[in-house]
Design a protein around this ligand. Structure first.
Ligand code: FAD
Ligand code: SF4
Length: 551
């Protein structure tokens, strides 16, 4: 089946120079709260929107509630770092632990499309080894599914986004549906430095159109991917899955903050969700509920959903909700070159290497890291320089020199630890809901990975001719917090992302990942959601066939 036959989103966008199909939104099917829909989804980001599209296509009545707006790229997004701050989830949260993780602009999104609206667009697959780190390496956890179970969904999603890149030699070697983009000044230097050191670096994989795709135009290399691509060249589920979902009868209810998942104590099933829209508390009835609110908000919502059956939070029988939350160590190294680089004149995601991804038995640490090009715009670069302690006149001098700097970022596979978790703080938000407290500490393995990744990035810059190199430690990409496992004493959901404790409750976002590899997570989150949808539809068909056979 062609991509268009499976998902028509790119063809449903306008081709008249505007970016949003307003008619499609106006004509969208609207359900009443009293309608018992087949599925209500909390959060319409990476995982939620893919599930929505798949089930709408299968004829299910589906509603996705999102706390943020239904964005219109033309009117809502600006080519400006500060003006784009509204794309992030900036509601109050509490952070602590030995190595607290700042929350806000470098993690979760808000509004239809979720984090994919402002993600960089890197879309690597996980490696087969990621699914078996405990049994093969003695660290992390094994997944209740294998890479092979996910491969067909990776392939489908790579066509739908679509992904452009060179043939990929690492993990399960594979090709991409679209050819690699030409690269800019920063990526050329990264390639030069890597080549000099004998490190293989490849172009991509990025979910950015290389050529026209449906009515989505070619990338114009203006470098604002993290501010929401006004051009519609970079994939976000707002444009890659929501239009097709609407065309197939799904409803997207924006600005609707879900405050609780309801449980029928008699049946043990969920009956729908409580939410607040326009200041009014409402309840959407549903036969199935999927939570896809991101690794902080998903555990928070479950912990806030208490009942006699679940006094400590829904699905929390084994005190696992919120635990094993992971973040990748993401040190960033900037190199100053004598010539002008103008790294901003290209998408931030360009070239990457996974040569250090797997455990190297000659090293004292387990698992590994990847290295990618990143191109911070001026405000983010100023934060990088200021983190070195530079301020005032010195900071101004560095910023005047901005066009000479080029940046690399690493993603280090930090391990899942039980004490790294979300609990509920005593503070409440504007809805009266207790906010999430995220406690995070690194282990020795994590720290060693950060040091190793920094060293390689600094070597690459120097080998490419950098005169000065500055590195900051930072974090990226939260996953985990409601992980999947093969039995309920080890995880919150099974390999199909179905909650062990509530049979009609699903979790279909990054929270379910048991390990995180050294890859950016969005493609894996979307592929898992697509797999869950396929299994749900197959189950429903089997049930229908059995009922028909019996009657
Ligand atoms: C700057 C930046 C760059 C990134 N770059 C990359 C990249 O290059 N590649 C990559 O793979 N990943 C990248 N990521 C990470 C990626 O965006 C996330 O991993 C991914 O979007 C997570 O998907 P999700 O489905 O778990 O949640 P999200 O996509 O965050 O979706 C969650 C949605 O749920 C909604 N929500 C939450 N709680 C509620 C509630 N109670 N009621 C209603 N709605 C709710 C939110 O508004 C949001 O829309 C990047 C992230 C950032 C911040
Ligand atoms: S660089 Fe390309 S993908 Fe990124 S914002 Fe610009 S047009 Fe969009």
């Amino acid at each position: 089946m062609s991509v268009r036959e499976r998902n028509e989103s790119a063809w449903l966008l306008p081709n008249d120079g505007t970016r949003t199909n307003h008619q499609l939104r106006e004509d969208m099917r609207r359900y009443d709260d009293t309608d018992e829909v087949d599925l209500v989804i909390v959060g319409c980001g990476a995982g939620g929107a893919v599930l929505l599209q798949r089930l709408a296509r299968a004829g299910w009545s589906v509603v996705a509630l999102d706390a943020g707006p239904h964005w219109d790229p033309d009117s809502d997004w600006v080519s400006d770092e500060v003006g784009s701050h509204g794309l992030y989830w900036t509601e109050p949260r509490v952070i602590d632990g030995d190595d607290p993780v700042p929350l806000g602009s470098n993690n979760s999104g808000r509004g239809v499309g979720g984090g994919t609206v402002h993600f960089a667009g890197y879309t690597p697959r996980f490696h087969p080894s990621d699914f078996r780190t405990a049994s093969t390496g003695g660290v992390g956890a094994d997944w209740p599914l294998d890479y092979d179970d996910l491969r067909p969904y990776y392939q489908d999603l790579e066509q739908e986004l679509p992904v452009a890149g060179q043939a990929w030699p690492w993990g399960d070697p594979h090709r991409y549906p679209h050819s690699p983009h030409p690269v800019g000044g920063g990526a050329l230097l990264a390639q030069r430095g890597a080549r000099a050191l004998g490190i293989e670096m490849r172009v991509g994989p990025v979910a950015i159109t290389n050529g026209r795709f449906g009515n989505r135009p070619h990338c114009i290399y203006r470098g604002f991917c993290l501010q929401g691509c006004k051009v519609n060249a970079k994939a976000s589920t707002l444009i890659t899955h929501v239009p097709d979902a609407l065309a197939h009868g799904a409803e997207v209810r924006a600005d609707a903050m879900v405050t609780g998942v309801e449980l029928d104590e008699r049946t043990g099933l969920s009956t729908g969700v409580h939410y607040v829209k326009d200041g009014t508390a409402r309840f959407q009835r549903a036969r199935h509920v999927a939570v896809a609110g991101y690794s902080i908000e998903t555990p928070r919502l479950l912990l806030n959903s208490t009942s006699r059956r679940f006094p400590d939070g829904m699905c929390n029988d084994h005190d696992l909700v919120g635990r094993y939350l992971m973040v990748q160590g993401a040190p960033q190294t900037a190199g100053r070159y004598p010539q002008e680089v103008r790294a901003y004149k290209a998408p931030p995601p360009e070239v990457s290497t996974e040569a250090f991804y797997e455990t190297d038995p000659s090293k004292p640490y387990k698992r590994g890291f990847s290295i990618q090009c990143v191109s911070p715009l001026p405000v983010t670069f100023a934060e990088h320089v200021a983190a070195q302690g530079h301020w005032g006149g010195v900071l101004r001098e560095y910023m005047r020199d901005y066009v000479h700097w080029s940046n690399l970022g690493a993603l280090c596979e930090f391990l899942p630890l039980p004490g790294n978790r979300v609990t509920l703080a005593d503070e409440t938000d504007r809805h009266g809901l207790r906010v999430a407290r995220f406690t995070y500490s690194q282990c020795d393995n994590d720290r060693q990975l950060m040091v190793a990744a920094r060293e390689v990035m600094e070597q690459i810059h120097r080998a490419a001719g950098a005169e000065e190199v500055i590195t900051i430690d930072r974090y990226a990409h939260l996953v985990g917090g409601a992980r999947m496992a093969s039995d309920p004493t080890r995880g919150v959901v099974d390999g199909q992302q179905r909650a062990f404790a509530v049979p009609n409750l699903l979790i279909t976002d990054g929270s379910t990942l048991p390990t995180q590899g050294a890859a950016n997570p969005a493609l894996t989150i979307m592929s898992l959601a697509a797999r869950t949808a396929a299994l749900l539809v197959a189950d429903a068909r089997r049930g229908l066939d059995a009922r028909q056979a019996a009657s």
